[in-house]
Design a protein around this ligand. Sequence first.
Ligand SMILES: Cc1ncc(COP(=O)(O)O)c(C=O)c1O
Length: 417
Amino acid sequence: MTDLSVATKAGKAAFDVDAVRRDFPILDQQINGKPLVYLDNGASAQKPIAVLDAMDRYYREMHSNVHRGAHTLGDRATSAFEGAREKARSFLNAGSTREIVWTRGTTEAINLIANGLAGRLQPGDEILVSHMEHHANIVPWQMIAERTGAKVLPVQVTPQGELDLDSFNSLLGDRTRILALTHVSNVLGTINPIAPLIEQAKARGIITVIDGAQAVPHYKPDVQALGCDFYMFSAHKLFGPTGIGVLYGKAQLLEEMPPYQGGGEMIERVSFERTTWNTLPYKFEAGTPAIAEAVGLGAAIDYLDGLDRPGMEASEAALLARANELVETVPGMEIIGTSSNKVPVMSFKIAGLHPSDIGTLLDQQGIAIRTGHHCAMPLMDFYGVPGTARASFAFYNTLEEVEQLFTALQKIQRLFA
Ligand SMILES: Cc1ncc(COP(=O)(O)O)c(C=O)c1O
């Protein structure tokens, strides 16, 4: 295999991608008679053995319901579950585990916040999103706008796929109540300059909601430094299990918000006359939670903490740089999203080829990418395309895999375009 070692800025040992790949057993298989090249990490990332083992061990040795306290297994499950919450807190650098709410994922977290903030909205109030949002950060706001008479306004993007700051400045106004922005675009890979935008919004008392689904697989956000009110992500994109996600919210705002769902766990006391709510974060966690999944996410965070981060980031940057270099080797190939500040995500089209055909033909060669609208139809409309093909890389991908992708694309272009 090509030596992908990338010397780190810190001068530490080189990032050893071959060693890292051995932690992900799923990568070592053949698809359609070819070694799997997994480039669909933006949709869902693969899981290291550490995550598989932690979940297996949880079920073998300590499963019980949590917070019921009557026996030893219940105590073990609770401490594993709450231990994972502490890991999520530390990952985001939140001030307290009271500010870390488990959800099913990014989508549920945004729905929770949208519902929780609905009571603050009056007819004519404005919710700013952007033209590059995933549907998960558009539709919940539209549903709340419908209920309250508020309006959802999109900040425009530039042809390069960056937020148009003139559009942002012109839309930010006296009626803006909520700014809901993606940290990183799942289609374009653009890393948005959220820190100054949050600062501008905060100066006007606007609530800030940041969709971190595509940011966290590539670097660790610091919610206190960012100063946002809410930040959310899904575990399955962070090398953890499906079915669980994290919502960070400032304690004061979470306190002021009504619960999202009713049931067990989220109450303090129930009577037919009056029911009162549990303390944070449990007020937002009705019903038996995804316990093994929380443990799995905790293991994913530990695993990532054990990696050489600067080395990992340099290795990912090298993958994107190599992909960009190779674009000109495929006639008619065009990248959508050419910001200089990107995570390793490459959306593209090839003249004369439908994106779904590109996906199918690549799959025949063992290469997994994603095609379609990527749950970002307004962005597809902006670029005037029905969909794109998207290769999204993770730290376990190799330069050799990038080269295999382009060799396959050259072949497809020659034969079918
Ligand atoms: C930017 C962004 N936001 C939200 C989501 C929704 O995540 P989930 O389906 O895990 O809730 C995705 C998933 O692709 C995404 O890329």
